[in-house]
Design a binder for this molecule. Structure first.
Ligand SMILES: Cc1cc2nc3c(=O)[nH]c(=O)nc-3n(C[C@H](O)[C@H](O)[C@H](O)COP(=O)(O)OP(=O)(O)OC[C@H]3O[C@@H](n4cnc5c(N)ncnc54)[C@H](O)[C@@H]3O)c2cc1C
Length: 96
């Protein structure tokens, strides 16, 4: 049965937009409305970050942060290859 839900998401940064995409793909029929206070998407952190996919090296092995970084890194690589989004592998310049 198709859903009749209508879900509102506040904020059109990467988190809000990724969530909207996920719901749209996985809950057919659900209406999703993203509410954004600026006049464009990615106006804040999402549009001003360093573009680095963190490998999780700086976090305690086995911690949630380390686990999610690793998973995110693998997923990002898969998505980049599928969409031909340009990526570049390089050594980290961070001193942390
Ligand atoms: C300088 C910098 C460098 C970074 N570098 C990296 C990096 O290299 N790699 C990495 O993985 N991460 C990096 N990050 C972190 C990453 O950018 C953020 O974790 C991520 O963009 C957060 O996304 P978000 O959707 O939660 O927030 P945001 O992108 O800030 O989106 C939130 C949105 O909500 C909207 N909003 C807020 N309140 C309301 C309201 N009441 N009504 C309607 N809309 C509202 C805002 O206008 C905004 O568009 C960096 C962050 C910074 C600041």
């Amino acid at each position: 049965m198709r859903s009749t839900e209508h879900i509102g998401i506040i904020g059109a940064g990467i988190v809000g937009l990724a969530l909207a995409r996920h719901i749209t793909l996985h809950r057919p029929g659900t209406r999703v409305t993203v509410l954004e206070k600026e006049n464009r998407v990615a106006a804040h952190q999402t549009g001003h970050n360093s573009g680095v996919v963190h490998a999780g090296l700086y976090y305690r092995p086995g911690s949630l942060k380390a686990t999610l970084c690793r998973r995110g890194s693998v997923c990002s690589g898969t998505t980049a290859r599928r969409t031909t989004c340009p990526t570049r592998r390089r050594a980290s310049s961070s001193s942390r």
